[in-house]
Design a protein around this ligand. Structure first.
Ligand SMILES: *[C@@H]1O[C@H](CO)[C@@H](O)[C@H](O)[C@H]1NC(C)=O
Ligand SMILES: *[C@@H]1O[C@H](CO)[C@@H](O)[C@H](O)[C@H]1NC(C)=O
Ligand SMILES: *[C@@H]1O[C@H](CO)[C@@H](O)[C@H](O)[C@H]1NC(C)=O
Ligand SMILES: *[C@@H]1O[C@H](CO)[C@@H](O)[C@H](O)[C@H]1NC(C)=O
Length: 171
């Protein structure tokens, strides 16, 4: 099966197959490129209904992957609690079958507001309702590759209270 999907990816890349079919395949195989989400909740979160988010992103193809942009809708049970569309100022390079840290994505809006979102903190997971990625295979000048409509359930999520950040926010 591993070789089957690798061949599929290579064929899809070479033929420029519609991105949605690749997204569906990734979902069907439960590859789940995103793991280990960290959400930082600060005083600013309670005032402005935003959080800072970082996560680990895995590369499931046998070539270097450069992630330029990611669009995420996250929540629980089909209810969206957060969404963002982030273009990395410094594209994230993920080695061959490896993983990389997204870096901090700041000011992610909380769709349901901060107070309602506190309810899902004890669950310790998020469902990714719709993730799209714009990436490049084989280095920054390589083959453009966009994936849309990725879904993942129960992605382990750590919430950190960072009220110490108040000074930074005041600057
Ligand atoms: C999750 O991320 C944290 C902080 O970046 C890191 O220390 C930890 O090792 C990661 N855990 C996994 C399972 O990737
Ligand atoms: C999610 O849905 C399931 C089944 O409908 C329900 O048992 C569970 O309580 C829900 N969880 C949350 C956090 O809403
Ligand atoms: C892939 O996404 C990027 C950034 O969102 C966009 O500029 C580009 O046109 C997309 N390419 C394709 C083939 O859809
Ligand atoms: C997922 O997001 C993309 C754009 O980011 C959008 O075009 C698509 O319709 C969304 N799919 C669903 C099922 O919401």
């Amino acid at each position: 099966m591993l070789f089957g999907y690798l061949l599929f990816f290579l064929a899809a890349l070479v033929s420029g197959a519609p991105t949605s079919s690749t997204g569906d395949l990734v979902n069907a195989l439960s590859i789940g490129p995103i793991s280990n989400i960290t959400v930082d909740i600060s005083l600013n979160s309670l005032i402005n209904n935003v959080v800072d988010v970082s996560f680990t992103v895995a590369n499931f193809i046998p070539a270097e992957l450069t992630l330029d942009r990611i669009v995420v809708s996250a929540g629980v049970n089909n209810t969206q609690y957060a969404s963002f569309d982030h273009t990395f100022s410094e594209p994230v390079v993920i080695p061959f079958f490896g993983h990389a840290d997204s870096g901090m994505i700041e000011n992610v809006p909380l769709t349901q507001g901060a107070l309602a979102s506190l309810e899902i903190v004890p669950l310790g997971y998020l469902d990714l309702l719709n993730t799209s990625m714009a990436a490049t295979v084989s280095g920054q000048n390589g083959i453009p590759w966009n994936l849309t409509g990725l879904t993942q359930d129960d992605v382990s999520t750590t919430y950190q209270l960072t009220f110490a950040n108040l000074k930074e926010d005041e600057s």
